[in-house]
Design a protein around this ligand. Structure first.
Ligand SMILES: N[C@@H](CCC(=O)N[C@@H](CS)C(=O)NCC(=O)O)C(=O)O
Length: 198
């Protein structure tokens, strides 16, 4: 059984969503985390090396970092069809969007939030507006990032857009709005909210 180390209303909530989509047995272990307001602290029960959430434990194997957890879970439960497996045509796109999420999109949002300039050509990521362009293009081709089928990348991107689309971090986009709505209206997302304990 998978154990998810979770704290309500954080990045770990979307892994309850993914586990619900996968339809596998899992348990949630709620842990304490450090908060921006100075409250909270690292929880010794959390195996994440920085004390962050999410992290998972699967029969002695610890996995941390959202993109790695998404890939691990969809490889571990391929019958769910929530992530193309090695040799499938969409595998390359799947890996690319997973890496892009942590390596490009999140840093772009955080840079904008912190009002930090993104140095042209050297940062490894770009400003939010540029980071969104290929995503909007991909979403213009299909309801989901990989086309017709919902996958674990949509769990990451769809929930992030649902959170930020009303904020000054993002310009309004009808394509992204509709995609965010499609993602969070899934029954598994509603079940996740009911289980997350926030
Ligand atoms: N890059 C990590 C980020 C995880 C992260 O920063 N989680 C926040 C909650 S949303 C956290 O655990 N914060 C507590 C801390 O930084 O100590 C991932 O995507 O999994």
């Amino acid at each position: 059984m998978i154990t998810l180390f979770h704290h309500p209303k954080t990045r770990s909530t979307r892994f309850i969503f993914l586990l619900e989509e996968l339809g596998v047995d899992y348990r949630i272990q709620q842990v304490n985390v450090r908060k921006r307001d100075g409250t909270g602290e690292r929880d010794p029960a959390n195996p994440h090396p920085l004390g962050k959430v999410p992290a998972i434990l699967d029969a002695g194997t610890v996995v941390f970092e959202s993109s790695a957890i998404a890939l691990y879970l969809t490889d571990r439960f391929p019958q769910s069809r929530l992530g193309p497996t090695v040799g499938e045509p969409q595998r390359g796109a799947y890996l690319s969007w997973l890496a892009y999420y942590s390596g490009v999109l999140e840093p772009a949002f955080v840079s904008k939030f912190l009002k930090t300039e993104v140095p042209r050509g050297t940062a490894g990521w770009v400003v939010v507006e540029e980071a969104l362009t290929p995503l909007v293009e991909a979403l213009g081709r299909g309801p989901y990032l990989l086309g017709e089928h919902f996958s674990a990348v949509d769990v990451l991107y769809g929930t992030t857009f649902a959170m930020f689309r009303q904020s000054p971090l993002m310009e309004k986009s009808a394509v992204i709005d509709a995609y965010a709505e499609r993602t969070v209206s899934r029954p598994a997302y509603q079940r996740a909210l009911a289980r997350e304990g926030g």
